[in-house]
Design a protein around this ligand. Sequence first.
Ligand code: GDP
Ligand code: IMO
Ligand code: MG
Length: 401
Amino acid sequence: MVKVIVGTQFGDEGKGRAIELLAPDVSVVARYQGGANAGHTIYVNGEATVFRLVPSGIIYPHILCVMGNGMAIDIAELINEFELLKSKGIKFEHRFFISQLANVVMPYHKVRDDTAGSIGTTHKGIGPCYEDKYARKGIRIIDLIYPELLKLKLTQNLQSTNFDSIYEQYKDFGEYIAPYVADTSLLLNQWIDDGKEVLLEGAQGLLLDIDHGTYPYVTSSHPHSGGACCGLGVAPTKIDEVIGITKAYITRVGNGPLPTQLPIELEEKIRAKGKEYGATTGRPRRCGWLDAALGKRAIMLNNIKKIILTKLDVLDDLSEIKICTTYKSENSKLFPICELASGVEPSYETLPGWKTPTTHIKNYNDLPRAAKNYIERIKELLNVEIMAICVGPTRENTILV
Ligand code: GDP
Ligand code: IMO
Ligand code: MG
């Protein structure tokens, strides 16, 4: 089976922990887009650990990990992550593969990234790196392995005086990563044809997709499940299932619309309880009620039949909880994804809260009645199965449904 994991909101839905949950039963985890703008948190030996580049399956020694051609890879960040893995005693030498075709984030990409601050990017050089990719002058992993290629590509990109130091540094980077570089599309297709269980890991979320998100307040790649096909070289007909990861409320870091954003006091309460600060930049995340109108769009575009619902426990103290079911204006029943729809007003349904801790709960039936009602309503509105409900950040805090 080949499954794609997609965030159904604006990122930070808990994709890392969802992959940690699913990974013991799979043999391969492959990441298909984005770069160090992502921050996927998983628990390693009881300690929260953030991975920006390496696939979240890396913590399990039996898993083969791939960084796909659709990614924008910052080698300095990758080397830091290798060090982090080593410090945690995670061995990855013969089970880690980097696509030779992935684009490399260069120092000049970071300098160019959102200088006006209008998008509120992570400043990891992601947009400029993809700009160069599509302008067909990007530097790819393969170019680092062959110094003549690197020199040629750098000459096309760089007139500055620091040419020599960048050349020397990236040539060294090339030597460092060379043992991991592979034709990952070939490997993946062989593994799939061998019948291996494969998870394709998306970063960010559908509403940050360059085409399907709230443009221009988006990232520069395709978190959409289709991004997995191009970003790894896996045909659509080889994908069996798309699993959505949905947080029990919504957050957004960076600029752009968030119609269900909470009033400040309640927002601060949720932010504190949910520790809603960017895993990459530390910025406070804006928080809002679950937006089912937005969710429906993500479910439809990705043909999601099953979701993992995360962070239910963060709502434990509330006396009432709202869900946005639609928008008041006629022309935007689904989520407003273009500038024309800014200022839409959500229509809410209000449900009673449960005001009981849920973190220790292991069985669905043991959840408070009001929590079950909330979950059932989400299921109904999104028209999906719920595979698992997360009631705390670790593997133990999970209710399998
Ligand atoms: P990702 O980018 O989608 O992988 O998500 P992040 O790691 O950026 O953000 C999710 C945050 O929520 C992390 O700090 C997780 O440890 C935490 N988390 C995930 N699931 C739960 C949950 O069910 N309950 C609580 N309280 N925290 C969770
Ligand atoms: P994970 O994988 C949340 C947001 C940025 C900004 C916009 C564009 O952890 O869910 P970029 O640096 O990509 O050009 O920024 O996208 N953003 C994320 N928000 N989670 C992420 O990743 C994000 N990656 C980028 O805040 O609004
Ligand atoms: Mg994150």
